[in-house]
Design a protein around this ligand. Structure first.
Ligand SMILES: O=P(O)(O)OC[C@@]1(O)O[C@H](CO)[C@@H](O)[C@@H]1O
Length: 383
């Protein structure tokens, strides 16, 4: 489908995208300053980034992938006037530059978000979620599968960036009725053959249930192999990197009962190649998946199903545009190679694939709040 809806920008004061640039990004800078005893050089760079991202224009980045990802087009423009999807990714790249993540030196490769990710992974809530697996163990496999699918879906509420700008989000109750539910179609695609690609989102309390779902699918031979796509560098505060996968797996294997058993199953699957971790550069690109490079397109095109987790992946999947919510999900995803599923809690305005009655009921109940509140969720599939 040729995209006709307008691209989401952050230029309108009072809009959600505007609040992310004007409020969430400064809050992230403040959090990162506190995370490590950075030296004066990094503090100065963070001061400059704060000034630039709220009042300045997009600055060039030296060489590399950003030359292909549009830096030439957007340099010199206000952060608020370029596609929001683009300026957000650019922010994380600039933040990592400011703390010396890429430069040779002592801070190279140090994840500025690691302390908050670890706090969450080590939390009592994670213990409770893992202990709940023991009760599930006696249930029939189908019921366990459904519970683990929903665990992975709702795990997407565990998004530390979202909580930074919406402190009340965690306390707000989720609405269990999904706004779209293609889970039957999803199970039909998990027929035991082929590779499942799971494009992960957040680390910690989202990645753990994602891994548990993969363990279940491998154990029950609903898939032959899984490829877990994570980010090549820290991104959107809590997005999962390879280091976060290792932390989550170590957490699982050390856990008692079923959680530990799942952990060992996953560890073995990684060792024998049934579970592979990928960190493709495009996973941190400021672009929709329709623009993915050929190598990734070929790889994903070979999967029997690709599952995309979370809000940002959804925006990248359908295109970050003001679609009428009743736009067909199948048409919005027609440039994605192969069968695709989205598991997402709604935390930004973009949505497709709703039926008109559902949309009307949501608007009647909440105005437009359902789009961004993080209490609603969907499972959408295009076979
Ligand atoms: O992808 P996730 O973790 O589910 O959500 C990402 C998010 O918190 O960040 C973006 C705004 O900064 C929105 O897409 C959404 O609110």
């Amino acid at each position: 489908m040729s995209p006709s809806a307008a691209v989401v920008l952050a230029s309108e004061p009072g809009s959600f995208p505007h609040s992310v640039l004007a409020e969430r990004h400064p809050a992230i800078i403040a959090q990162v300053r506190e995370a490590f005893p950075y030296g004066p050089e990094q503090h100065r760079a963070l001061d400059a980034l704060l000034e630039n991202c709220t009042k300045g224009v997009i600055e060039p980045l030296p060489g590399g992938a950003w030359a292909e990802w549009g830096i030439g087009t957007y340099a010199g423009q206000s952060w608020f006037d370029v596609p929001w999807l683009w300026s957000e990714s650019y922010f994380y790249r600039r933040l990592l530059d400011a703390v010396g993540y890429f430069a040779p030196g002592p801070w190279q490769g140090i994840d500025p978000f690691r302390p908050s990710k670890l706090t969450e992974l080590d939390s009592p809530e994670t213990d409770q979620e893992l202990a709940a697996l023991d009760e599930l163990a006696s249930r029939p496999a189908e019921e366990r599968g459904a519970a683990l699918l929903h665990g992975s879906l709702w795990g997407n509420r565990a998004d530390l960036g979202f909580r930074l700008s919406d402190g009340e989000a965690e306390g707000r109750d989720a609405v269990p009725d999904l706004v779209a539910d293609d889970s039957e179609r999803l199970w039909a695609l998990l027929d035991g053959t082929g590779t499942l690609c799971l494009i992960a989102d957040n680390a910690g309390r989202e990645l753990v249930p994602d891994l548990l779902l993969l363990a279940h699918l491998l154990e029950h031979r609903r898939i032959e192999r899984a490829v877990l796509h994570v980010k090549p560098y820290p991104y959107y505060v809590s997005d999962a990197t390879t280091a976060d996968v290792v932390d989550a797996l170590r957490r699982l294997v050390r856990a008692p009962g079923e959680a530990g058993r799942y952990g060992r199953l996953l560890w073995d699957a990684m060792t024998d190649g049934r579970l592979v971790v990928r960190a493709h550069p495009f996973s941190c690109a400021p672009l929709p998946y329709a623009d993915m490079p050929d190598d990734l397109r070929t790889e994903i095109g070979r999967a029997s199903l690709t599952v995309l987790k979370g809000d940002l992946n959804y925006r990248r999947l359908v295109g970050d545009r003001w679609w009428p919510p009743t736009t067909s999900f199948a048409e919005a995803t027609d440039r994605f190679p192969g069968p695709v599923a989205a598991l997402r809690t709604l935390k930004s305005d973009v949505v497709t694939g709703l039926d008109a009655r559902t949309e009307a009921a949501l608007v009647a109940a909440e105005g437009q709040r359902w789009r961004t509140g993080g209490t609603r969720a969907l499972i959408q599939v295009r076979p």
